[in-house]
Design a protein around this ligand. Structure first.
Ligand code: C2E
Ligand code: CA
Ligand code: CA
Length: 293
């Protein structure tokens, strides 16, 4: 039975590596599986135990430096496991379906928070949330967004949904339908990690989207890497002809900012301005960014 279990585990890994492959079992696979089980069972309680929180990262107008929006990024702190990166636990949440209640909580919490900032007279105009494939494909998703907007009394254009191109292109015809329903609510729609996946330009034209976010892998070393520079310029030019806004993520240096500004990228986001911060640090972050002009 050990042999069967171990070969099963190896098969599972081979499948995850893109099928049509083989994989030998070794003890590290067992450890990985054990760790995943621990993560999974801890994640089942994370929401109810109040272990999840949102951090916020400013999105600024490239030209004026004014803060336009805040991207909400999920954080998980567990007493035993410590701080766990979303790149580790979001895939687990997706595979287990836990992303549905967690994702709903993210949208609701982000909308409520923006309402609080607005009541305090903050300059933040919108909040952006990441939406995973399972959420987007869920039949109830559009109604869920509608309900949350109503209950938080938030103007729909104050909420921006970030979707990756692989989520949208996976079932492009169905996506158009869902995007149109979301657009009808009045929310803003952005394509996240743009350029890392596979986009059909003819579909892109039919998606009722508002913004492209250039992935940080293309912003990296943009001042020296001619390929990255060309890709960023092409995305900005394409967005311009399609009347879409463009945001560059992962902006870390003045040189990158200068390049993006010279090439008329609308908005910028990255460590150069601020890392994602917990909600209590948002006011001081805004103050610092406003004072620096
Ligand atoms: P993403 O949506 O592409 O988010 C950008 C990631 O880049 C964030 O990592 C952010 O902290 C990081 N980042 C921001 N500025 C810089 C920079 O200047 N340099 C570098 N090197 N990195 C920067 P984070 O917070 O670890 O999130 C990772 C990913 O997890 C996100 O990538 C997103 O795909 C996913 N994620 C986070 N929160 C949620 C959520 O609420 N729902 C879903 N479905 N996914 C989420
Ligand atoms: Ca994002
Ligand atoms: Ca990204």
């Amino acid at each position: 039975s050990d042999l069967l279990r171990n070969s099963d585990l190896a098969m599972y890994h081979a499948k995850r590596a893109g099928k049509n492959a083989f994989k030998f079992f070794d003890a590290s696979l067992n450890q990985g599986a054990h760790m995943r089980l621990r993560l999974e069972s801890a994640l089942r309680h994370a929401l109810d135990c109040g272990e999840l929180s949102l951090h916020f990262q400013p999105q600024l107008d490239t030209r004026t430096g004014e803060i336009r929006g805040m991207e909400a990024l999920l954080r998980w702190h567990n007493a035993e496991l410590g701080e766990i990166s979303p790149t580790v636990f979001i895939p687990v949440a997706e595979e287990t379906g836990l992303i549905l209640p967690i994702g709903e909580w993210v949208i609701r919490t982000a909308c409520r928070q923006l309402r609080i900032w607005q009541a305090d007279g903050s300059p933040i105009q919108r909040v952006a949330v990441n939406v995973s494939a399972c959420q987007f494909k869920n039949k109830d998703f559009v109604h869920q967004v509608e309900r949350i907007l109503a209950e938080s009394d938030l103007d729909p254009p104050c909420l921006e949904l970030e979707l990756t191109e692989s989520v949208l292109m996976g079932q492009a015809e169905e996506s158009i339908d869902t995007l149109q329903q979301l657009k009808a609510l009045g929310v803003l729609l952005a394509i996240d990690d743009f350029g890392t996946g596979y986009s059909s330009l003819s579909y892109l034209k039919r998606f009722p989207i508002d913004r492209l976010k250039i992935d940080k892998s293309f912003i990296h070393n943009i001042e020296n890497d001619r390929n990255n520079a060309a890709i960023a310029q092409a995305v900005i030019a394409m967005a311009d002809t399609m009347s879409l806004s463009v945001t560059a993520e992962g902006v870390e240096t003045q040189e990158q900012l200068h390049f993006l500004s010279a090439n008329c990228c609308d908005e910028v986001q990255g460590f150069l301005f601020s890392k994602p911060v917990p909600v209590e640090e948002v006011p001081s972050t805004i103050l610092r960014l406003t004072e620096n002009g």
